[in-house]
Design a protein around this ligand. Structure first.
Ligand code: FAD
Length: 419
């Protein structure tokens, strides 16, 4: 059994960022990061891998090089939380006790909830950027595609990066055009939800893209089964009270699988009451609603925003400020505003930088109309953000948007919302 002052569960985008920021504030903190994976993935890069812009290898770094020097890494997996005893248990049988706990093991992908998917995935015409390394197969599938039906799906659960299922579709559309097969192709976007994107402010701009590209948008279409030998996909289609199953033939299909809170959380005392199973935290302070020495952020938390690495960039400083305040027994002053960002790639030279907050209002980093397709935002997504992730975010450095906001008056951003 081991004991540390602060234990961080998960060394992904959230865990490394929080550890780095905490140590920047106070080098003497005793921090343990529990993370099973040898590798750390820059998942936002997987859309670029699937679109053939970068290699999968460019999105991977050894975990060892990212764990801050003054933190300790336990390469293991948490299998049980016991918050009433301030302890947890790992797969290798270690009992870890803590004074403070930060919980960020990410979201769980439930491949097996779609019949036939696990067997078909990564082979032939079935691909997913959501699988580790899967985006390489996506690009191979797009390159090989000779025309016919190309289907892109969105599931009936919360997912990470709600824009990713359509970004890869827009890149595929252009790639098909370049390869001369677009004219003999029908592209369908089959989403289990009722609209193209969850944040209304960006819907009109995206609907224009869908129309321009001639994409067949099918709402309330929930993928339930894949039959790779017949090359058909089954969808539960609901209209009002009734649900019927329809089958669509495909010549390629990009699947965004159902996701959920990790099982280890779902059945733990940390989870929200009722469905979901996310870590039950206050939406402004990131502190646990029942265990004040526990905080959570990122995909595994109950923070009611769009699950992205960009959101973590703004959650982390709030969590760090509040955790340190809690340790010093002073009031928690940090308030997270729900900021999240999804760079909606709409082509090989265009992106809508969708930045928004809890009110589902645009919260732009730049004083520009946030709902517009721009080449500058494509260049940002393609060339700048990967560098920012490795060299600034994971090193605990401040959000670049803050510099711009300090330079310009607030009114510049207010006007940009209405532009
Ligand atoms: P993760 O980064 O997933 O890390 C969780 C870590 O916890 C992992 O390292 C895992 O090994 C570890 N872990 C799991 N279980 C346990 C356990 N029981 N014990 C200990 N450790 C555990 N975000 C953007 O901001 N912009 C984008 O454009 C974007 N595009 C995306 C495209 C794709 C295809 C995907 C898949 C994601 C995209 N994201 C994007 C989302 C972004 O990657 C995630 O929101 C972000 O990585 C979440 O960080 P996290 O730390 O919560 O989880």
């Amino acid at each position: 059994s081991i004991s540390h002052q602060i234990v961080i569960v998960g060394g992904g985008s959230a865990g490394i960022t929080v550890a780095a920021q905490l140590l920047k504030q106070m080098r003497s903190l005793d921090i343990l990061i529990i993370e099973p994976s040898e590798q750390h993935y820059y998942q936002p890069g997987w859309t670029l891998v699937g679109g053939g812009c970068i290699s999968f290898e460019a999105t991977v770094q050894p975990q060892q090089t990212l764990i801050p020097q003054d933190a300790t890494w336990l390469q293991d997996k948490v299998v049980q939380f016991d918050p009433d005893q301030n302890c947890l248990h790992t797969q290798n049988g270690t009992q870890v006790t803590y004074d403070y706990l930060v919980v960020c093991p990410g979201i769980q992908i439930n491949w097996n909830q779609i019949k036939g998917l696990q067997e078909a995935l990564g082979k032939g015409e079935v691909c997913s950027n959501y699988a580790i390394g899967g985006a390489t197969h996506t690009w191979e599938t797009i390159k090989r595609f000779q025309g016919g039906n190309a289907i892109f799906t969105y599931p009936a659960t919360p997912i990470k990066c709600a824009g990713a299922p359509q970004k890869i579709m827009y890149l595929a559309d252009e790639a098909f055009g370049k390869n001369g097969v677009r004219k003999k192709t029908q592209i369908s976007y089959c989403t289990a939800t009722g609209k193209i994107f969850g944040v209304d402010a960006f819907v009109p701009a995206l609907m224009k893209v869908v129309e321009r590209k001639g994409i067949d948008l099918r709402t309330q279409h929930n993928l339930t089964e894949i039959r790779p030998d017949q090359k058909v996909a089954l969808f539960a289609v609901s209209n009002g009270n009734e649900t019927e199953t329809i089958s669509l033939p495909y010549d390629m299909i990009h699947v965004t699988p159902p996701m959920s809170a990790p099982d280890v959380l779902k059945h733990s005392p940390l989870a929200v009451e009722g469905p979901g199973g996310w870590v039950d935290v206050d939406k402004f302070t990131t502190q646990h609603n029942r265990y004040p020495n526990i905080f959570s952020l990122g995909d595994a938390s109950s923070l009611p925003t769009s699950k992205t690495a960009a959101a973590i960039r703004r959650e982390a400083p709030v969590l760090v400020q509040n955790l340190l305040a809690h340790m010093n027994q002073t009031p928690l002053m940090g308030q997270y505003n729900g900021y999240s960002c999804c760079p909606l790639i709409t082509g090989y030279d265009k992106t809508i930088l969708a930045e928004f907050d809890y009110e589902a209002q645009p919260y732009p980093s730049f004083p520009l109309d946030a709902t517009k397709e721009r080449t500058s935002m494509w260049l940002l997504k393609r060339h700048v953000l990967p560098w920012v992730y490795w060299n600034r975010m994971l090193k605990g450095k401040e959000h670049e948007g803050n510099f711009i906001r300090r330079l310009l008056p607030n009114t510049a951003f207010e006007l940009s919302k209405k532009a």
